[in-house]
Design a protein around this ligand. Structure first.
Ligand SMILES: O=C(O)CCC(=O)C(=O)O
Length: 321
């Protein structure tokens, strides 16, 4: 691995002394300590962009252990810069996955997926016996997690537990760039609008195992009334603007007529399909992915034969503005 720090320009446009060969910007000028830590751990974080738009592979860090402050900071910075971080060969337990995620914020007891482990209540699972079963499950359409919440998750940590022999990749899209691809007059219009998000837009099988799934849905309706968020939100860390509507949960643009909504919302939902703003990740055993749920959408490709099981935790976020 490289030992010298390099300046990196990420898709978010920020230059920072990075993670390639240094433990973090905070350590620049502290080479003695840096070297000492390197000697002790034998590891240094590297972040390699996967595309010119979004995604980066991160190596040189062992997620099983609590992160050194500088490593934690480097990961947080890389997340803001690249939006989706791919870690391979980590082989974590549920507890280790939870503890890794908890270093970036309070974990959210997510409601729309079954629990994976009674001993780790924040952990839930997404399991399909085959790609055919996953088709139409709403993981195979572009979405962000929890926009129907007042404070949607800031990030999601997803781990491969059981993978099919082939297929089952996941794709992410950079919502800053989707917004920036629109003309200035269109951006100006969208910045003045809000949108409604409703978890009831998609159908649920999550509660089918419960004695009274209808009652559970009613309870959910009370907990999550139809939510309004700005159509263009500002990322609380980078201050950049991004488009915040998605196929699974956005039901209506407010501030335009119904006829205008019927044209405009589908048009916006189509924009995420441009491959220029996407990355596609081929999972491998032990892989774990951490994404910025504020500035991305994702899509799980249902093209596999055989079982696929993923364990997931989400990290609480802020109210979009
Ligand atoms: O299974 C995947 O790859 C993604 C699942 C998903 O859509 C989600 O975590 O919200």
């Amino acid at each position: 691995m490289k030992a010298a720090a390099e300046a990196v320009t990420g898709p978010a446009g920020e230059r920072w002394q990075a993670v390639v060969g240094s433990r973090s910007p905070a350590l620049l000028g502290r080479a003695g300590q840096d070297q000492k830590e390197l000697k002790e751990t034998g590891m240094t974080i590297e972040v390699r962009p996967s595309t010119g738009s979004i995604g980066a592979e991160v190596t040189g860090v062992d997620l099983r252990d609590p992160l050194a402050v500088d490593d934690r900071d480097a990961i947080e910075r890389a997340l803001c810069d690249h939006l989706v971080l791919f870690f391979r060969d980590q082989d974590l337990t549920d507890e280790q996955q939870r503890d890794f995620a908890a270093q970036f914020g309070q974990l959210e007891p997510f409601v729309l997926a079954p629990s994976a482990n009674d001993a780790v209540p924040e952990m839930h699972k997404l399991t399909f016996a085959s790609g055919a079963e996953a088709r139409g499950s709403n993981t195979d359409s572009w979405h962000t997690d929890g926009p129907f919440m007042e404070r949607p998750p800031m990030g999601t940590v997803l781990r491969a537990v059981e993978l099919p022999d082939y297929g089952g990749d996941t794709c992410w899209v950079n919502m800053y760039q989707v917004f920036e691809s629109l003309s200035r007059p269109m951006q100006d219009l969208l910045e003045r609008l809000t949108a409604e998000h409703d978890f009831m837009k998609i159908s649920y099988t999550t509660f089918d195992h419960l004695p009274d799934p209808e009652a559970e849905l009613r309870r959910m309706r009370e907990q999550f009334p139809v939510m309004r968020h700005p159509v263009v939100r500002t990322h609380p860390v980078t201050n950049r603007k991004l488009l915040y509507v998605n196929k699974n949960y956005t039901t209506r643009l407010l501030g335009v007529t119904e006829a205008e909504n019927d044209v405009l919302l589908p048009f916006l939902l189509e924009r995420v399909k441009d491959p220029a703003y996407q990355v596609r990740f081929k999972w491998s055993p032990g892989a774990i992915v951490f994404w910025d749920n504020r500035a991305t959408q994702h899509y799980a490709v249902p093209d596999y034969a055989g079982r696929r099981c993923m364990h997931r935790v989400v990290i609480q976020g802020d109210k979009p503005y």
